[in-house]
Design a protein around this ligand. Structure first.
Ligand SMILES: NC(=O)c1ccc[n+]([C@@H]2O[C@H](COP(=O)([O-])OP(=O)(O)OC[C@H]3O[C@@H](n4cnc5c(N)ncnc54)[C@H](OP(=O)(O)O)[C@@H]3O)[C@@H](O)[C@H]2O)c1
Length: 310
């Protein structure tokens, strides 16, 4: 099978390629990034650069190589930046998807596209697939627009909506866990929302779900998340306990205070993962198991580019 992957340097793709190496998968992979820089390969898969994902060169690569599946993991994921630079947010989160969908339609290629629980307003999560989206920030609006584009284009598509991702070992990527632990290591206090809830997903579990999506190519929306539905403060408290940092370094605050003047965040977000369990026997680690795995390998330290960690 031939897979074209857009968003080579995302934490999601790092985890997927690590899993493909471990599974000794013989798929042909073309890995594309929007910019020059490090790493130039991810687990031995070379990264090809198409500056800014310019529409025509990207289309040419798709049409020239004729992949069986295109995986789109590229996105502007900084929700405050999306609010400030709406043009860029739209270009990356929607414009790029428009190009990929067009190529998929011409070729009859299946698209696996990543979306977010931020398409919901956060009034009543965790949400099942059929819940009505109502984004409350610009990032969420772009993610919903891209979903609508995929579905309206009638291309064959799997939309994986994902909750907050954590546990990346990639030195070039970051997530809430890494950010907070780095601060704690420097002896800094960590302000964290006590009233933002989701069921965060371990990046390795997400990779497992993605592998199923690529193999099976089931159409429609599938929700991916972790087992426990927790506040960000509860999440980091557990991580600090396991990592041996004093929980007093965490300062729990209401989101309204913490993010004043910044993008709104859905309060009670999160995703019901029943469909993924039924379709793919998706069975994510418990929060404690996942944190232990993530923290142990980060502690051991791992070289990611060019070799597998585990
Ligand atoms: N992070 C989360 O907690 C979270 C939660 C829910 C849903 N999601 C969704 O899951 C997917 C993967 O997320 P992730 O956290 O793995 O991504 P990530 O680590 O934030 O990486 C996103 C990738 O998008 C590309 N990108 C970033 N800025 C860009 C720009 N200005 N122009 C063009 N490309 C740009 C980059 O890839 P290249 O350098 O290789 O081009 C970057 O590595 C995204 O669709 C995201 O919306 C993420």
């Amino acid at each position: 099978m031939r897979i074209l992957i857009v968003g080579a340097r995302s934490k999601t793709v790092e985890a997927l390629l690590r899993l493909l190496r471990r599974e000794q998968c013989s798929w042909e992979i073309v890995l594309i990034s929007h910019r020059d820089g490090e790493p130039m390969d991810v687990h031995g898969y070379p990264v090809y650069v198409l500056p800014g994902y310019a529409r025509q060169p990207l289309k040419n690569v798709c049409l020239g190589w004729e992949p069986d599946v295109i995986l789109n993991a590229a996105a502007l994921t900084d929700v405050d930046l999306c609010e400030q630079n709406r043009y860029l947010a739209w270009q990356v989160n929607v414009g790029l998807v428009e190009t990929l969908v067009a190529a998929c339609r011409v070729l009859g290629t299946h698209l696996v596209h990543l979306s977010s629980d931020y398409v919901f307003d956060g009034d009543s999560g965790p949400y099942p697939e059929q819940a009505r989206p109502r984004p409350i920030n610009y990032y969420g609006k772009t993610k919903l627009a891209a979903e609508n584009l995929c579905q309206a284009a009638a291309a064959s598509v799997t939309i994986l909506r994902v909750t907050q991702i954590y546990g990346t070992p990639a030195p070039w990527a970051t997530d809430i866990l890494k950010w907070a632990l780095d601060k704690a290591r420097r002896g800094e206090m960590v302000q964290v929302a006590k009233d933002l809830f989701t069921n965060p997903v371990f990046v390795d579990d997400l990779a497992w779900a993605l592998l199923s999506a690529l193999r099976r190519r089931d159409e429609g929306i599938v929700h991916i998340g972790g087992v426990e539905w927790v506040s960000r403060h509860e999440f980091l408290s557990q991580a600090f306990r396991i990592a041996g940092f004093p929980e007093e370094r965490l300062i729990p605050l209401p989101a309204e205070e913490l993010y004043r003047g910044r993008a709104l965040r859905p309060r009670r977000a999160g995703l019901v993962i029943t469909r993924a369990k039924e379709l793919w026997t998706f069975s994510p680690h418990s929060l404690e198991e996942a944190l232990l795995l993530a923290l142990c390998r980060n502690h051991r330290g791992g070289k990611v580019s060019g070799e597998t960690i585990e």
